[in-house]
Design a protein around this ligand. Sequence first.
Ligand code: MTE
Length: 389
Amino acid sequence: APDAKNLPPNVPDWSQTLGDGVVSRPYGRPSKFEADVVRRDVEWLTASRQSSVSFTPLHRLEGIITPNGLGFERHHGGIAEIDPAEHRLMIHGLVEKPLMLTLEDVKRFPRVNRIAFLECAANSGMEWKGAQLNGCQFTHGMIHCAMYTGVPLKRLLEEAGLRTNAKWLLPEGADAAAMTRSVPIEKALDDAIVAYAMNGEALYPEHGYPLRLVLPGWQGNMWVKWLRRIKVGDEPWHTREETSKYTALLPDGQARRFTWAMDAKSVITDPSPQAPLRGKGFTVLSGLAWSGRGAIRGVDVSLDGGRNWRAARLDGPVLDKALTRFYYEFDWNGDPLLLQSRAIDETGYVQPTKAALRQHRGLNSIYHNNGIQTWHVLPSGEIENVEVA
Ligand code: MTE
């Protein structure tokens, strides 16, 4: 309970002495009272922390931009700490003029700024077989959204001069995992960026400092961090990350491969299991929606497990392939609720139920689970992750 001497009309403790001076925090950080707003991991999920994932605390974030220190991380070989003076980006293969670029060279090319979400294809993967993790941080937190600054990849490829048979790219990371993925040339020439800044400052090491590939709308695995090499070829390479991983075995025995774009999806972030309801009466429900195929056209919300739907209110910028914030305000009478949200994107695609998704894809997958999430609100205001039939 608050100390009465700090409440009006008294003069609180912090008004009676001078505070710290400027530059006492040369790099600012949140109030110490926000110390619980951090990335978290799920210990049993992976055997080591070097090849693992941490999750964005979506339930405590507002708007559409994820602060750099809170965006989830997915590393296959730990965080590479790279001295930019010793880093090079090599572009070679089916090009007229192979390039070996320093970070300073990359900064001499014309720049673009682009807000985009990055979602890991495995986001919500632990939920394929049933409701499992209690919190949207864990069920949906393999996503972040930021403004990237960098050079259009197209511009760098023009500098190198693509040969006429150039059809695929192989970006490679400088981390111990040397991550590689095959990227079709059409995406590279469309909206791919070689980025060095995120939300106005240099990329953080965990997000690929000093250079990372940005592929708006496409699965995060392809956004190679610590980018050191792009090989140009005429066919895909079938690397580990696009054969044994990031593919999905369908019920008929066929595997889905090269599933690049992230389908429309949404989640109610507040309230959610880590952010219980604040009591009866006027209630603000807040959430995020996104689509790798364009802008969000609308979000519907249900309070009764999908029987009735009402239109949510989109607020803030509604951008192509970016997170979109939605709200739904209502009076809670204290009865149990089954909260759901459903995104619709500009192509007309409607986010499916988990049952519909499983009917098509079976139960062998971990990737691309964009099914509708259900939160069960108890009369106490506490919330559980559940599924409705
Ligand atoms: N790039 C390299 N070099 N090494 C990696 O381990 N992980 C990939 C991708 N790029 C990875 C990488 C995966 S699986 C994802 S989901 C995203 O980076 C995660 O990006 P983030 O850590 O910035 O959230």
